[in-house]
Design a protein around this ligand. Structure first.
Ligand SMILES: CC(C)(COP(=O)(O)OP(=O)(O)OC[C@H]1O[C@@H](n2cnc3c(N)ncnc32)[C@H](O)[C@@H]1OP(=O)(O)O)[C@@H](O)C(=O)NCCC(=O)NCCS
Length: 156
């Protein structure tokens, strides 16, 4: 496996992976295209044999960076891609000047929370009723947990 900054030819695969991860809440291709050419955002992909298995989008704002979205294709999970991608994305954020990285995660997203905790993130807060889903046409709200990690990774 190999992690690298996303390229324009990766945008379709990134959009498809995001849709496979987040279903009706997936973002349109234009959002990732804007991120690719943004001065604040970093799109990072993980490839195996040239095929994209996952990607992350991180936004840097001075000393602090935020993971905006992060996902591994459902068929590629539980193989270490998520952990490798997270490490690469954090290293890249640090290289761009971030001293800390934050993220919001659904409180019921056990795989992601386990991954972040294992990578050294600690929970620093909660956003009440942050996520809204429609179940049987009724709104159901879920809290977000806010996690943070100081960035002091060895840079290449
Ligand atoms: C979260 C996600 C990125 C993990 O990707 P992955 O490639 O399967 O993760 P890895 O194989 O690298 O696993 C790394 C660690 O994550 C945790 N983890 C991964 N899948 C897990 C699961 N189903 N249950 C519990 N912990 C899990 C474990 O701590 C694991 O370490 P271990 O294998 O040593 O126990 C993936 O499940 C995903 O894309 N989910 C949908 C999108 C999403 O929720 N993104 C995060 C939004 S904040």
């Amino acid at each position: 496996m190999r992690c690298a900054p996303a390229r324009p030819e990766d945008l379709d695969a990134i959009t498809a992976i995001h849709a496979a991860c987040f279903g009706p809440k997936a973002w349109p291709r234009i959002d990732f295209e804007n991120a690719l050419y943004s001065e604040t955002d970093q799109l990072t992909c993980i490839y195996r044999n040239g095929v994209i298995c996952g990607f992350s989008q991180i936004r840097g704002d001075g000393d602090s960076a935020e993971i905006l979205t992060f996902g591994v294709h459902p068929k590629r999970r539980d193989k270490g891609y998520g952990a490798a991608l997270l490490c690469a994305a954090m290293t890249r954020a640090q290289a761009y000047g971030a001293a800390e990285i934050m993220l919001d995660v659904r409180q019921d997203n056990i795989p992601a929370i386990s991954l972040y905790r294992r990578a050294g993130f600690t929970r620093i807060g909660k956003r009440k009723n942050y996520y809204k889903d429609l179940i049987d046409k009724r709104p159901v709200y879920t809290d977000a947990h806010v996690y943070k990690k100081e960035l002091n990774l060895p840079l290449p």
